[in-house]
Design a protein around this ligand. Structure first.
Ligand SMILES: Nc1ncnc2c1ncn2[C@@H]1O[C@H](COP(=O)(O)OP(=O)(O)OP(=O)(O)O)[C@@H](O)[C@H]1O
Ligand SMILES: [Mg+2]
Length: 220
């Protein structure tokens, strides 16, 4: 199907954002269609994470409009979006609870996602498996395991729009490559729309569009 006939997932119009009086994003407009994979690159501090937070409904824009699958308020937008950030925020709860975050996902569906992110063997080796309390073990997790858990959390939500904010930036090259492979395995063949901020363009080689952020604006 011709790309411009695909459903519009997200429509951003003239988005600007300032932290206090410091302008970060200026007049950004972007239309994202179902299934698209968009990479965003740009120098450190240019506003990429800020932009993703607006897209995720975690920050309201200072001006402009954002519409994601018909919703425009940050709390409604959040229903349609999953985000994986640079380092995982793990909470003092069990592995299962860290992934479901209060949602009613079945243990089977969580196990399936754990398998996709290559964590199931490790989880099953723990004394209480998926119900192991992470508060006691959070420091024992490697960075790669923590990021895989964060990816499992995002995938379980099964949201149509997945935002990735340098999900492997805190990992060594080998672990980063294997976490990216897990992410590919989870998303392959699914009609999932991805916006991926990264400094590593090699991760974006099969993407539909790579946008560059500079001076608060996005360029093709
Ligand atoms: N909570 C905040 N309050 C004030 N300024 C902030 C805040 N968060 C970020 N900034 C500033 O906003 C600008 C954009 O930050 P942002 O984190 O979006 O950049 P980035 O492109 O993601 O950078 P990096 O590639 O290093 O992750 C930076 O100058 C940063 O210092
Ligand atoms: Mg950032």
């Amino acid at each position: 199907m011709c790309n411009d006939k695909k459903q519009i997932i997200a429509d951003l119009s003239n988005i600007s954002f300032s932290y206090d009086s410091k302008p970060i994003l200026q007049d950004i407009s972007l239309t994202i269609r179902s299934g698209e994979r968009i990479g965003i690159v740009g120098e450190s501090g240019c506003g990429k994470s800020t932009f993703l937070k607006i897209l995720a409904g975690l920050l309201p824009p200072s001006s402009g409009t954002i519409n994601i699958l018909g919703d425009s308020t940050p709390s409604d937008i959040r229903k349609h979006v999953s985000i994986v950030m640079q380092s995982a925020m793990l909470l003092p709860m069990t592995i299962y609870e860290n992934i479901t975050l209060g949602h009613d996902y079945s243990e089977d569906s969580v196990r399936k996602v754990l398998e996709q992110v290559n964590l199931l063997d490790w989880v099953d080796s723990l004394p209480e498996g998926i119900n192991t309390y992470l508060g006691d073990r959070a420091d024992e997790l490697s960075g790669g395991q923590a990021q895989r858990l964060a990816i499992a959390r995002a995938m379980c939500k099964d949201a149509p729009l997945l935002l990735l904010d340098e999900p492997t930036a805190s990992l060594d090259a080998f672990t980063a490559a294997s976490v990216m492979a897990s992410l590919e395995a989870c998303t392959e063949g699914q009609n999932i729309t991805i916006v991926h901020v990264t400094h590593q363009v090699e991760y974006l080689k099969d993407y539909d569009r790579i946008l560059r952020m500079e001076g608060g604006k996005l360029y093709v």
